[in-house]
Design a binder for this molecule. Sequence first.
Ligand code: C5P
Length: 400
Amino acid sequence: MNEFLGKRIVLGVTGGVAAYKAAELVRLLVKAGAEVDVALTAAGAQFVGAATFQALTGRRVWQALWDERMDNGMAHIDLTRGATALLVAPATADFLAKLAHGFADDLLSTLCLARDCPLLVAPAMNRQMWENPATQRNVVQLRSDGIKVLGPAHGEQACGEVGDGRMLEAAELFDDLYAALQAKPLAGRRVLLTAGPTFEALDPVRGLTNSSSGKMGFALARACAEAGAEVTLVAGPVTLATPRGVRRVDVQSALQMHDAAMQAVPGQDVFIAVAAVADYRPRNAAEHKIKKGSASVTLELEANPDILAEVAARPDAPLCVGFAAESRDLGTYAEGKRIAKKLALVVGNLVQDGLGGDTNSVTLFDETGSYGLPPADKSEVARGIVKHIVRLLEGTNEQH
Ligand code: C5P
């Protein structure tokens, strides 16, 4: 993934034990293509040394206002010029207070004041410091100044107490930073998705399912949230982490997925059915484990409802998007599905191009034609699909 390719991020590190997570965050950013300049405060350097950040970024670390490496002696200004964002992680209670009041008595606080790029802070402190009215006042001030506050999380703290104040994990900060920098064409829109397989019980321990990994649906949910939508994700049994900011409803069977989707559908602007729903379920699931012994067992199956077709047929139907995984004649089947189910868009892919992997190669079918997206990892493909959905919502979809 190259989310930060060609971008320069300035990372401020202040004096908290969570500074160790900043080192991991640097690694993730560099792996995603970013150039990272670390501005380390004196207190920050008590926790993680400059050598660590220098090794991870491949760049010298900035620690002093009077750094002679800048020809004009203006590191406090030049470092954020041309930067994509300035993120302070961890941001201590003391640093938030300085920021809220506009103090500029070291390199990092001066950088924050003199910046011309978005500023984000990831608070990290003991729960009582976080709950203190002074800190809360400062956070309100920072938000109203347009500074984005990421977290903090709730949980166990280094001091042994439990509460709010833990810094977000590096991967969460990475996702939040990326999302904060994206355009929000879906702001004010509500998107409902289904994802993953379904599991149709045969008895208390066995069932019929399929090999859907859920990765494409989860990537789409994440891309919709990044684009500013309020996202509800109805997920079959998968072992994937919930994307940041997404409301998740876990289900097992197709009937449960149907009920959860139908309950959530009123008020939605978009419905994206990514789930590989089992077409049939056992007519009678056995109450107790089926014992071996018989030479053969006959299963009677009955059809499951088609969730997507049912949503698309509603008078209050949102814009409906379906998926078509086919082994041949992709165009014919995908287009047939779009028309039969009355969908605005079908995302088609050939199953031999891979199921369950991290990459995907898809073609989009809408009433104006078909559009191939370049093969890419599922996050990138998801962002391409979201762009197309935005065009359909805005009625600006022409041959492009
Ligand atoms: O008709 P087919 O199963 O090939 O259509 C696939 C599309 O329909 C996918 O978007 C899938 O999520 C959706 N679907 C559904 N409910 C079903 C079967 C398929 O929502 N019972």
